[in-house]
Design a binder for this molecule. Structure first.
Ligand SMILES: Cc1ncc(COP(=O)(O)OP(=O)(O)O)c(N)n1
Ligand SMILES: Cc1nc(C(=O)O)sc1CCOP(=O)(O)O
Ligand SMILES: [Mg+2]
Length: 263
Protein backbone atom coordinates (compact mmCIF):
# COMPACT_ATOMS: atom_id res chain seq x y z
CA UNK A 1 0.00 0.00 0.00
CA UNK A 2 1.46 3.34 -0.99
CA UNK A 3 1.41 5.97 1.76
CA UNK A 4 0.50 9.39 0.45
CA UNK A 5 1.94 12.04 2.73
CA UNK A 6 0.07 15.00 1.35
CA UNK A 7 -3.22 15.36 -0.43
CA UNK A 8 -3.72 18.45 -2.54
CA UNK A 9 -7.06 19.23 -4.08
CA UNK A 10 -8.40 16.11 -5.72
CA UNK A 11 -7.09 15.88 -9.27
CA UNK A 12 -4.96 18.98 -8.84
CA UNK A 13 -1.66 19.47 -10.65
CA UNK A 14 0.09 19.43 -7.31
CA UNK A 15 -1.24 16.15 -5.96
CA UNK A 16 -0.53 14.61 -9.35
CA UNK A 17 3.08 15.84 -9.25
CA UNK A 18 3.61 14.68 -5.72
CA UNK A 19 2.22 11.25 -6.38
CA UNK A 20 4.58 10.88 -9.29
CA UNK A 21 7.66 12.12 -7.47
CA UNK A 22 8.03 10.23 -4.24
CA UNK A 23 11.56 9.80 -2.92
CA UNK A 24 10.89 6.09 -2.40
CA UNK A 25 9.61 5.71 -5.98
CA UNK A 26 11.80 8.24 -7.70
CA UNK A 27 11.38 10.13 -10.92
CA UNK A 28 12.56 8.12 -13.83
CA UNK A 29 10.95 4.86 -12.77
CA UNK A 30 7.80 5.58 -14.70
CA UNK A 31 5.91 4.43 -11.61
CA UNK A 32 2.45 5.88 -11.37
CA UNK A 33 0.50 5.99 -8.15
CA UNK A 34 -2.83 7.58 -8.76
CA UNK A 35 -5.48 8.24 -11.30
CA UNK A 36 -4.02 11.68 -11.98
CA UNK A 37 -1.10 12.31 -14.35
CA UNK A 38 2.32 11.51 -12.87
CA UNK A 39 5.02 14.17 -12.46
CA UNK A 40 8.00 14.50 -14.78
CA UNK A 41 10.76 11.91 -14.70
CA UNK A 42 14.26 12.95 -13.62
CA UNK A 43 15.40 12.71 -17.24
CA UNK A 44 12.56 14.94 -18.41
CA UNK A 45 13.37 17.51 -15.73
CA UNK A 46 17.08 17.53 -16.66
CA UNK A 47 16.27 17.89 -20.34
CA UNK A 48 14.07 20.90 -19.60
CA UNK A 49 16.75 22.35 -17.34
CA UNK A 50 19.36 22.05 -20.06
CA UNK A 51 17.11 24.04 -22.42
CA UNK A 52 16.15 26.63 -19.79
CA UNK A 53 17.25 30.24 -20.28
CA UNK A 54 14.86 32.33 -18.21
CA UNK A 55 14.24 31.59 -14.52
CA UNK A 56 11.77 33.66 -12.50
CA UNK A 57 11.46 33.95 -8.72
CA UNK A 58 8.12 35.35 -7.58
CA UNK A 59 6.45 35.98 -4.27
CA UNK A 60 2.92 34.68 -3.68
CA UNK A 61 1.48 38.07 -4.68
CA UNK A 62 -0.75 38.09 -1.58
CA UNK A 63 -1.34 41.83 -1.75
CA UNK A 64 -2.36 41.74 -5.41
CA UNK A 65 -4.19 38.40 -5.28
CA UNK A 66 -3.27 37.62 -8.88
CA UNK A 67 -0.76 34.76 -8.59
CA UNK A 68 -2.53 32.50 -11.10
CA UNK A 69 -2.91 35.23 -13.73
CA UNK A 70 0.63 36.46 -13.16
CA UNK A 71 2.19 32.99 -13.45
CA UNK A 72 0.17 32.21 -16.55
CA UNK A 73 1.34 35.45 -18.19
CA UNK A 74 5.01 35.02 -17.23
CA UNK A 75 5.14 31.43 -18.47
CA UNK A 76 3.25 32.32 -21.64
CA UNK A 77 5.87 34.98 -22.26
CA UNK A 78 8.70 32.45 -22.10
CA UNK A 79 9.78 31.78 -18.50
CA UNK A 80 11.22 28.25 -18.27
CA UNK A 81 11.44 27.82 -14.49
CA UNK A 82 9.28 29.52 -11.86
CA UNK A 83 10.24 29.59 -8.19
CA UNK A 84 8.08 30.59 -5.27
CA UNK A 85 10.31 32.84 -3.16
CA UNK A 86 8.16 34.76 -0.74
CA UNK A 87 10.18 36.84 1.70
CA UNK A 88 7.79 39.75 1.43
CA UNK A 89 6.00 39.72 4.78
CA UNK A 90 8.99 39.73 7.13
CA UNK A 91 8.01 36.22 8.25
CA UNK A 92 8.28 33.11 6.05
CA UNK A 93 5.04 31.70 4.72
CA UNK A 94 3.44 28.98 6.80
CA UNK A 95 3.84 25.58 5.12
CA UNK A 96 0.15 25.41 4.27
CA UNK A 97 0.24 28.83 2.57
CA UNK A 98 3.39 27.95 0.68
CA UNK A 99 1.89 24.69 -0.55
CA UNK A 100 -1.29 26.49 -1.62
CA UNK A 101 0.71 29.02 -3.66
CA UNK A 102 2.80 26.22 -5.16
CA UNK A 103 -0.37 24.47 -6.18
CA UNK A 104 -1.27 27.53 -8.24
CA UNK A 105 2.19 27.60 -9.83
CA UNK A 106 2.10 23.84 -10.47
CA UNK A 107 -1.05 24.23 -12.57
CA UNK A 108 0.57 27.00 -14.61
CA UNK A 109 3.74 24.92 -15.07
CA UNK A 110 1.75 21.97 -16.28
CA UNK A 111 -0.11 24.15 -18.78
CA UNK A 112 3.06 25.73 -20.18
CA UNK A 113 5.60 22.91 -19.86
CA UNK A 114 7.71 24.78 -17.30
CA UNK A 115 9.60 23.59 -14.22
CA UNK A 116 8.31 24.23 -10.69
CA UNK A 117 10.95 25.35 -8.20
CA UNK A 118 10.84 25.51 -4.40
CA UNK A 119 13.20 27.76 -2.47
CA UNK A 120 15.02 26.65 0.69
CA UNK A 121 12.62 23.98 1.97
CA UNK A 122 13.21 20.38 0.95
CA UNK A 123 10.21 19.22 3.00
CA UNK A 124 7.94 21.40 0.92
CA UNK A 125 9.69 20.38 -2.29
CA UNK A 126 8.92 16.81 -1.30
CA UNK A 127 5.32 17.58 -0.34
CA UNK A 128 4.53 19.18 -3.69
CA UNK A 129 6.66 16.97 -5.93
CA UNK A 130 8.70 19.96 -7.09
CA UNK A 131 10.95 19.63 -10.12
CA UNK A 132 13.58 21.91 -8.59
CA UNK A 133 14.86 22.75 -5.11
CA UNK A 134 17.07 25.83 -4.78
CA UNK A 135 19.57 26.01 -1.90
CA UNK A 136 21.75 28.97 -0.93
CA UNK A 137 25.08 28.88 0.85
CA UNK A 138 23.38 29.03 4.27
CA UNK A 139 20.59 26.59 3.50
CA UNK A 140 20.30 22.85 4.11
CA UNK A 141 23.36 20.90 2.87
CA UNK A 142 22.84 19.39 -0.57
CA UNK A 143 23.47 15.74 0.52
CA UNK A 144 20.69 16.00 3.11
CA UNK A 145 18.24 17.48 0.61
CA UNK A 146 19.23 14.82 -1.92
CA UNK A 147 18.60 12.06 0.57
CA UNK A 148 15.16 13.46 1.33
CA UNK A 149 14.17 14.06 -2.28
CA UNK A 150 15.77 11.15 -4.12
CA UNK A 151 17.42 11.47 -7.53
CA UNK A 152 14.54 12.88 -9.53
CA UNK A 153 14.29 16.59 -8.74
CA UNK A 154 17.15 18.87 -9.67
CA UNK A 155 18.97 20.85 -6.99
CA UNK A 156 20.45 24.29 -7.58
CA UNK A 157 22.95 26.29 -5.59
CA UNK A 158 23.59 30.03 -5.12
CA UNK A 159 27.20 31.16 -5.49
CA UNK A 160 28.78 34.56 -4.83
CA UNK A 161 32.49 33.97 -5.43
CA UNK A 162 34.70 32.03 -7.80
CA UNK A 163 35.52 29.50 -5.07
CA UNK A 164 31.84 28.88 -4.40
CA UNK A 165 31.13 28.47 -8.11
CA UNK A 166 34.03 26.03 -8.49
CA UNK A 167 32.73 24.07 -5.51
CA UNK A 168 29.12 24.03 -6.77
CA UNK A 169 30.23 22.86 -10.20
CA UNK A 170 31.88 19.82 -8.61
CA UNK A 171 29.47 19.13 -5.77
CA UNK A 172 27.72 15.77 -5.89
CA UNK A 173 23.97 16.20 -6.23
CA UNK A 174 24.08 19.74 -7.68
CA UNK A 175 22.47 20.15 -11.11
CA UNK A 176 22.84 23.90 -11.71
CA UNK A 177 24.17 26.96 -9.97
CA UNK A 178 23.54 30.69 -9.93
CA UNK A 179 26.15 33.45 -9.90
CA UNK A 180 25.62 36.90 -8.45
CA UNK A 181 24.42 39.40 -7.62
CA UNK A 182 25.52 41.08 -10.84
CA UNK A 183 24.32 44.40 -9.36
CA UNK A 184 23.24 45.31 -5.82
CA UNK A 185 19.54 44.60 -5.58
CA UNK A 186 16.78 45.59 -3.15
CA UNK A 187 15.32 42.10 -3.62
CA UNK A 188 18.21 40.69 -1.57
CA UNK A 189 19.13 43.47 0.84
CA UNK A 190 22.55 43.22 2.45
CA UNK A 191 24.02 40.90 -0.13
CA UNK A 192 27.10 42.53 -1.62
CA UNK A 193 27.48 42.26 -5.36
CA UNK A 194 30.54 40.60 -6.91
CA UNK A 195 29.27 42.03 -10.19
CA UNK A 196 29.83 41.02 -13.78
CA UNK A 197 33.49 40.39 -13.03
CA UNK A 198 32.44 37.20 -11.27
CA UNK A 199 30.21 36.19 -14.18
CA UNK A 200 33.17 36.70 -16.52
CA UNK A 201 35.45 34.68 -14.26
CA UNK A 202 32.96 31.81 -14.04
CA UNK A 203 32.70 31.79 -17.84
CA UNK A 204 36.42 31.42 -18.26
CA UNK A 205 37.60 29.62 -15.12
CA UNK A 206 34.92 27.12 -14.16
CA UNK A 207 35.14 24.03 -16.33
CA UNK A 208 31.59 22.73 -16.10
CA UNK A 209 28.91 21.05 -18.12
CA UNK A 210 26.27 22.20 -15.61
CA UNK A 211 23.87 24.94 -16.61
CA UNK A 212 24.51 28.15 -14.67
CA UNK A 213 22.51 31.36 -14.40
CA UNK A 214 23.48 34.96 -13.68
CA UNK A 215 21.28 36.70 -11.08
CA UNK A 216 20.79 40.02 -9.32
CA UNK A 217 19.70 43.35 -10.75
CA UNK A 218 19.17 42.00 -14.25
CA UNK A 219 16.66 43.66 -16.54
CA UNK A 220 16.19 44.07 -20.26
CA UNK A 221 18.54 47.06 -20.50
CA UNK A 222 21.34 45.28 -18.65
CA UNK A 223 20.93 41.93 -20.36
CA UNK A 224 23.42 42.62 -23.19
CA UNK A 225 26.16 43.26 -20.59
CA UNK A 226 25.29 40.03 -18.82
CA UNK A 227 25.50 38.09 -22.07
CA UNK A 228 28.71 39.82 -23.00
CA UNK A 229 30.12 38.68 -19.64
CA UNK A 230 29.42 35.08 -20.82
CA UNK A 231 26.12 34.16 -19.16
CA UNK A 232 23.53 32.60 -21.43
CA UNK A 233 20.94 32.01 -18.71
CA UNK A 234 19.47 34.45 -16.18
CA UNK A 235 17.31 34.55 -13.06
CA UNK A 236 15.13 37.62 -12.56
CA UNK A 237 12.68 38.85 -9.97
CA UNK A 238 11.61 42.51 -10.38
CA UNK A 239 12.12 42.58 -14.15
CA UNK A 240 8.98 40.47 -14.41
CA UNK A 241 7.21 40.74 -11.04
CA UNK A 242 7.08 44.53 -11.26
CA UNK A 243 6.30 44.73 -14.97
CA UNK A 244 2.94 46.18 -15.95
CA UNK A 245 2.74 43.45 -18.61
CA UNK A 246 4.53 40.33 -17.29
CA UNK A 247 3.98 38.34 -20.49
CA UNK A 248 5.55 41.09 -22.57
CA UNK A 249 8.43 41.50 -20.09
CA UNK A 250 9.16 37.77 -20.14
CA UNK A 251 8.89 37.62 -23.90
CA UNK A 252 11.29 40.55 -24.37
CA UNK A 253 13.83 38.97 -21.98
CA UNK A 254 13.52 35.63 -23.71
CA UNK A 255 14.06 37.17 -27.17
CA UNK A 256 17.04 39.14 -25.92
CA UNK A 257 18.54 35.98 -24.40
CA UNK A 258 18.27 33.98 -27.58
CA UNK A 259 19.08 36.70 -30.14
CA UNK A 260 22.48 36.38 -31.82
CA UNK A 261 25.08 38.27 -29.78
CA UNK A 262 26.62 41.35 -31.30
CA UNK A 263 30.42 41.06 -31.11
C1 LIG B 1 17.39 30.62 -8.67
C2 LIG B 1 17.82 31.24 -7.40
N1 LIG B 1 19.06 31.74 -7.31
C3 LIG B 1 19.46 32.30 -6.15
C4 LIG B 1 18.61 32.35 -5.07
C5 LIG B 1 19.06 32.91 -3.75
O1 LIG B 1 19.15 31.89 -2.76
P1 LIG B 1 19.70 32.25 -1.30
O2 LIG B 1 21.06 32.77 -1.43
O3 LIG B 1 19.52 31.06 -0.44
O4 LIG B 1 18.74 33.40 -0.81
P2 LIG B 1 17.17 33.33 -0.59
O5 LIG B 1 16.50 33.39 -1.91
O6 LIG B 1 16.84 32.04 0.10
O7 LIG B 1 16.83 34.53 0.23
C6 LIG B 1 17.33 31.81 -5.22
N2 LIG B 1 16.42 31.81 -4.24
N3 LIG B 1 16.96 31.25 -6.39
C1 LIG C 1 17.10 36.16 -4.65
C2 LIG C 1 18.41 36.66 -5.09
N1 LIG C 1 19.54 35.92 -4.95
C3 LIG C 1 20.62 36.57 -5.41
C4 LIG C 1 21.96 36.00 -5.39
O1 LIG C 1 22.91 36.67 -5.79
O2 LIG C 1 22.06 34.84 -4.99
S1 LIG C 1 20.27 38.08 -6.05
C5 LIG C 1 18.63 37.87 -5.71
C6 LIG C 1 17.57 38.87 -6.03
C7 LIG C 1 17.42 39.15 -7.51
O3 LIG C 1 16.35 40.00 -7.64
P1 LIG C 1 16.20 41.10 -8.79
O4 LIG C 1 16.14 40.37 -10.08
O5 LIG C 1 14.91 41.79 -8.44
O6 LIG C 1 17.37 42.03 -8.67
MG1 LIG D 1 17.91 30.28 0.43
Amino acid sequence: MIRIRFHGRSGSSLSARRQGSRADAPHGTGTYYGDAMPGLSGDQIRKRLSNARLYLCTDARRSRGDLAEFADAALRGGVDIIQLRDKSGGEPLEAKEEIAALEVLAAACEKHGALLSVNDRSDIAYAVGADVLHLGQDDLPVPVARELLGDGPVIGRSTHSLDQALAAAKEEGVDYFCVGPCWPTPTKPGRSAPGLELVRAVGTEVPTALPWFAIGGIDLDRLPQVREASASRVVVVRAITEASDPAEAASALRSALTAPRSV
